[in-house]
Design a protein around this ligand. Structure first.
Ligand code: C2O
Length: 558
């Protein structure tokens, strides 16, 4: 009698313990993809938007929440949405890149992205992941720490999202098509924007200026997202220092700087204190470009406005690094360090199971329909990725043959002086849908090596499904004998998108603990279009807990 009474009591206590604290909140959103006329820079034009807004709505959640976003597509373009930086453990079905993890949502159809936010907090973002539609279909994701958990830096008095964008006066899809037909880069953008607005430096855009009101002496957290298609951007606030506290949704060791550099795909959180004489101060964004390739170098501005200051006061302009300031860029990268605190440790893989070395090349392939009979192209290990017609994750999960090959090479077939004298011809790009197979839980080191094929240029690389540690970076050719000794294996920055410097290399490490098919690509949309992309197939581990989840019922058909 006594024994079973105790058992019952223990069982009751145990059940109470496991069920009480686990109820996560559910955050639901409806995204309507609609074409809407917006007016910017004296141009009224229809753009593809979410809910008619540019940028689209911010998604707010807390670590541990379940987020449900129903997307209904009323536009003429097929659509898919990617939740950039969310790891989507075992759940690639809702990752979003079209033809990689899903077929697109067709006009008139809906798809529900249903996912849990696990062990992540900070600023991330969402964007269309098909064609160039992310130019206008994007927005911020703000993940607050769990209830009762504070930031590892002083609590700010206020917060604001600053989404940096790139604007074309004409339809972005027409621009992309023009490029594909010519085989050349299409027209560069006409403006940059901050929260959808170019600022008063552009004609007739006074009313298209974003202003953030601040109170003297208070501190604000600015959550910056670079949603531009093709431009890395410097950002600064006139007269005010910025303290960087987080990159790509991972806390970092705080450091003060007068400007930041943020590449397409990346996010950066900074603290700014309104400690200057009350006035109006420009916040400005302008491209970093150290390649011999022209870019839209127009400056976008917004205003940091102290409370009570009239709009007639002329704002002060910040000092931004010059557009080719490579020294600033590399010093800025060198300052980035993981927080690596007991609460937020940097679990850097110390031993490597799999060494990968990928060269990044631009090149020219024959094209009979193109203007010059050639088409600009891009490749990894001389392979230009060809988009499949059905989702790669489906092909992998359902074992559909003939969609992709699993023979992406771990290193280039021929070694050469990657960053030597300008190489005008490529080494013969081969076309293919070739993926690389990674064993579950193996530790991977990937060295991305820029080359001088056609032009050396910096490339922000993004890996889906993972964060990685940026253990090393250098200019010239990676030296496997000497460079690893200089790796930072203690507190390297952890992120989801990293710049490979022009004519240099970047080494990243990650543990392949998320089974699925995960896209990796340059986040300059121009280069992605040219084929600078590939995908990893991370195998299942043991048992259902380490395997890909079954697909949702409403997964869009191809
Ligand atoms: Cu933000 Cu595959 O992209």
């Amino acid at each position: 009698m006594a024994f079973s009474f105790y058992s019952l009591l223990l069982l009751t206590l145990f059940v109470a313990f496991v069920t009480l604290p686990t109820e996560a909140a559910v955050k639901s959103y409806q995204f309507d993809i609609v074409v809407k006329n917006v007016s910017r820079l004296c141009h009224a034009k229809p753009i593809v938007t979410v809910n008619g807004r540019f940028p689209g709505p911010t998604i707010y959640a807390r670590e541990g929440d379940r987020v449900i976003i129903n997307v209904t597509n009323y536009a003429q373009y097929n659509m898919s949405i990617h939740w950039h930086g969310l790891k989507q453990f075992r759940n690639g079905w809702i990752d979003g890149p079209a033809y990689i993890t899903q077929c697109p949502i067709q006009t008139g159809a809906s798809y529900t992205y249903d996912f849990n936010v696990t062990d992540q907090r900070g600023t991330l973002w969402w964007h269309a992941h098909i064609l160039w539609l992310r130019a206008t279909v994007h927005g911020a994701i703000v993940i607050m720490p769990k209830e009762g958990v504070s930031y590892p830096f002083p609590q700010p008095n206020g917060e604001a999202e600053l989404v940096l964008g790139e604007w074309w006066h004409t339809d972005v899809e027409a621009i992309e098509k023009q490029g594909n037909m010519l085989g050349l880069p299409p027209n560069m953008s006409d403006a940059h924007t901050i929260n959808g607005k170019p600022g008063p430096l552009f004609p007739c855009s006074e009313k298209h200026t974003y202003a953030l009101e601040v109170e003297s002496g208070k501190t604000y957290l600015l959550r910056l997202v670079n949603a531009a298609l093709n431009d890395e951007l410097f950002f600064a606030v006139a007269g005010h220092n910025l303290t960087v506290v987080e990159i790509d949704g991972v806390y970092c060791k705080p450091f003060a700087t007068n400007a930041i550099l943020v590449a397409p795909g990346q996010t950066t959180n900074v603290l700014v204190t309104a400690d200057r004489s009350p006035g109006r101060y420009f916040m400005a964004a302008r491209p970093f470009n150290d390649a011999a390739i022209p870019v839209d170098n127009k400056t976008a501005t917004a205003i940091l406005q102290y409370k009570g200051i009239p709009n007639t006061v002329l704002p002060i302009f910040p000092q931004l690094p010059t557009s080719n300031d490579t020294t600033f860029a590399s010093n800025f990268h060198d300052k980035l360090r993981s927080l690596n605190s007991p609460q937020f440790p940097a679990n850097v893989p110390l031993n490597v199971d799999r060494h990968l070395f990928y060269t990044i090349g631009l090149g020219v392939n024959p094209c009979t329909t193109c203007l010059n009979g050639t088409r600009l192209t891009a490749s990894l290990n001389n392979i230009t990725f060809v988009m499949p017609k059905i989702g790669l994750l489906q092909a992998h999960y359902f074992n559909i043959k003939g969609v992709f090959r699993l023979d992406f090479p771990d290193k280039p077939s021929t070694a050469f002086n990657y960053t030597g004298a300008p190489l005008t011809a490529n080494l013969g790009t081969s076309l293919g849908t070739r993926l690389s197979k990674i064993a579950f839980n193996s530790t991977v080191e990937l060295v991305l090596q820029d080359t001088n094929l056609l032009a050396a240029e910096s490339h922000p690389f993004h890996l889906h499904g993972y964060n990685f540690f940026v253990v090393g970076r250098g200019i010239g050719n990676f030296d496997p004998a000497k460079d690893p000794a200089k790796f930072n294996l203690v507190d390297p920055p952890e992120r989801n998108t990293v710049g490979v410097p022009a004519g240099g290399w970047t080494a990243i490490r990650f543990k392949a603990n998320n089974p699925g098919v995960w896209f990796m690509h340059c986040h300059l949309e121009l280069h992605t279009t040219w084929g600078l992309k590939m995908a990893f197939v991370v195998e299942n581990g043991n048992g259902p807990e380490e395997s890909i989840l079954p697909p949702p019922k409403d997964l869009p058909p191809c």
